[in-house]
Design a protein around this ligand. Structure first.
Ligand code: HQG
Length: 183
């Protein structure tokens, strides 16, 4: 299992942030060739065959990766900093969404709103619990309540990834407030 987590972290780095580290070339829509990925892992001394890669994708806790229909390509479902087009279709969001962050970012967020920072999008969730877990990655967690209905009316677009993460370009200050964080 430890090996599977290690491969997953390596894939996140290559497929979201730094394909050139592995000599990989991503298509415009973020796909990398599976054989090239297996070779790159082997070059790094990581033992992984096609079957194990299948397990890495299938068992991933957040379903971060997907194979193309023909199984020849693999990509990350979201979270990229490299510029790719995930071909997402705008969908109408629930009235309320949540964002988990850390206490130390709060004053800046209350001044500027939520920005995508190094990623393509601001990541939102439809449960407080997920937001809390995302926030904890950065320190003392704070959950923000996002008025997605108000944003929609104002013309902001929302996307939902296959693994249930809500994405949007930014959240204005007027559409967010601190939530108690209680699940
Ligand atoms: C904060 C994980 C100051 C923002 C998770 C966040 C998620 C601001 C941090 C996914 C700000 C960026 C994404 C502003 C936003 N001033 N700070 N104006 N606007 N921020 O990691 O949402 O494991 O890029 O609140 O589950 O924490 O990678 O984003 O704290 O879905 O698959 O800047 O990453 O998934 O941090 O997490 P991140 P995130 P994976």
């Amino acid at each position: 299992m430890r090996n599977i987590t290690k491969i997953s972290k390596q894939l996140s780095y290559w497929l979201r942030h730094c394909p050139q580290d592995a000599g990989l070339v991503l298509s415009e829509t973020g796909w990398a060739n599976v054989d090239a990925v297996l070779k790159a892992l082997s070059d790094k001394g990581v033992s992984c065959d096609a079957e194990k890669l299948g397990n890495v994708v299938a068992l991933n806790d957040k379903q971060r990766f997907e194979f193309s229909e023909d199984g020849a390509s693999i990509r990350a479902r979201q979270g990229h900093s490299v510029k790719i087009d995930l071909e997402l279709t705008p969908v109408s969001p629930p009235d309320l969404l949540f964002h988990g962050t850390a206490e130390r970012f709060l004053s800046s967020i209350l001044r500027e709103g939520l920005k995508p920072m190094k990623r393509h999008h601001v990541h939102l969730s439809d449960t407080v619990e997920t937001a809390l877990n995302v926030g904890k990655r950065h320190g003392e967690p704070v959950v923000l309540l996002i008025d997605a209905a108000k944003m929609s009316v104002a013309g902001h677009q929302f996307y939902k990834t296959e693994n249930g993460v809500w994405l949007t370009s930014s959240v204005p200050v007027a559409c967010l407030s601190r939530h108690s964080g209680k699940v």
